[in-house]
Design a protein. Sequence first.
Lengths: 50, 222, 257
Amino acid sequence: MTSYVLAGYGVVLASLAAYAISLVIRLRSSRQRLGSGLSSSDVDEGGSGS
Amino acid sequence: MWRDARLVMGKDLRIEMRSRVSLNQVLPFALAVLVLFGLALGPNLHVLAAETAGLVWMAVLFSCVLGVQRSYSIESSDAARDGLRLSGLDPAGIFLGKAGALALQLFVLEIVLALVASVLYGTALSEALVLAVTCVVATLGLSAVGTLYGALALGVRVRETLLPLLFFPVVAPVLMGAMKAWQAGLAGTPGKAAGWLELLTVFAVAYGAIGTIAFGPLLEDG
Amino acid sequence: MTTTVVHELRATPVAKRPFGARALRVTGALSLVGIAATIWLGLWVTPPDAFMGNQVRLLYIHPPMAWVAFLAYGISFLSSLAYLWRRTRATAWDRLAGAAAEVGVVFTGLTLVTGSIWGRPTWGTWWTWDPLLTTTALLFVLYLGYLAIRHIPGTDETRGKRNAIAAVVAFIDVPVVYFSVYLWQSLHQTPSILNLTTRKTTIHGSMAWTLLLGFCSFTMAFFWLLVERYRLAGLEAREESFGLQAALEERRLEGRT
C-alpha cells in the first residue's frame, strides 16, 4: 500500500520540480538572448535576476 | 441580423444542394462509422442494440466536425475571414446562418443514421418523438459550438487537427445528454429524457448566444 | 524611426521592480518549506486512517492539486474577461491567461494521476467514471486545446481576442460538463472520492492541519510558478519583437549597400 503513496508523492514532486526548473532555465536563456542579442546590452533587469 | 442569417443560411444550403458534398461524403462517412462501430463491438447484437444511442451520437459528433470544416471551406479559401467580414453582413447573422445550415444538414443526417442504426444494430426506434426532439435540440448546440470554433480556427494551417481537439471536450455534455435522452426513448421510458432535454436546451441557447456575440470580434481584423 | 522604437523597447524594464522580485523569492521559499513540511507530516507524522489505511496520505496532496488547477483556470477566465473589456484591454492580461492555463494544465494532469493512484488500491481500478475525475479528464483535454489555440499566429490583438474568447468558452463549459457528468453517472453506483471522504466522520487533528498546510503550500507554489511563467511569456514576446526589429534593421542596412 505504501508504495502507491510514495509513487503519488514522487510523481507530484518530480513533475513540479521539473516544470519549475524548466521555467528557470528558459527564463535564463531568454534573458541571455535579450541581453546579448543586439549591439548594446542595457536590458534592465530590475535587480530580480534568478 | 435575422435577414442576414437567412441569406447566409440560404447560400450555404444552396451550395450544398449543388455540390452535394454532405450527401456524397459526410453521410457515407457517418454510415461507415456506424458499420465500423459494429465491427469494433463484435457481432453480438445485444451489445450493439444496448449501445445504439451512444454509437449514433458519436457518429454525429464526428460528422459535425466534418460539417464544420466543409462549412468554412466553401468560403473563399485564402483570407476567408476577410471575405466574410467584407461581405458587409452582420457577423451575428453570419453565425446564425452558418450554424443553421449546418444544423439542418446534420438533422437530415441523423434521421438517416437512426434508420440505418435500427437495421444494423437491431434497435427498435420507439418513442420517435423524443428521439426527434433530442436531435433538434442537440444539433443546435453542436452547430453553435462547431461554427464558433470553426471561425476561431479560420485560416490556420492546422485547422484540420485543431478543430476536433477543440470541439470534442466542449460538446461532451451534448453527447451525454443526447445519448441519455435517446436511451430513455429507445427503452420506452420517455419521461426520463426530460431532464436531459432541458440540459441540451440550455446548452444550445447558451452557446448560441455566445456564438452570436463572439462571432463579430472573432472576425474583426486586429 | 526603427532605432528609436528599439531603444524604447530596451528601456522598458523586463522584470518586476525589486520589491516584487523579493516577494516572489519569499513565496518560492515559503512554498518549498511548506511542501517539505506537508510531505513530512503527510508521510510520517500523521496516523493511517481507520478506513483507508495509508492511502489517506494521498489525500493531503490530491485535493490541493485539484484546487490549484481550478484556481488557475479561474485566473485564466478572469484575465480573459479583463482583456475582452475594452477599458482594461492589455496584452498583459492575455499573457497572464496563457500562463495560468499552462500551470493549470500541469496541475490538472497531477490531479488525474494522484486521483488514479489513490483509486487503484482502494477500488481495484486505475480509473472510475465518477463526476470529479471525469470532469477533470475533460478539463485536461479542454485546456490542452486552449493552449493549442494560443499558438496560432496573428497580430497581438487578433490573438488576444481569439485566446480570450476561447478561454471564456472553455471556462463556462466547466460547470456544464460537471453537471452533465454528475447526472450521467448518478444512475450507476460508482464510488466517488466525494462519497468516500464524507464517510470519514472523524478527522484526526493532525490530518486536518496537514491538509490545510498542503493547500497553502501548493497554492503558494502555484503563484510562484504562475509569475515565473508570466514573466517568461513577457520575455518571449520581447524576443519576438526584437527579432522582428533586428530583421527589419538588417533589411534596411541591406538596402543601403
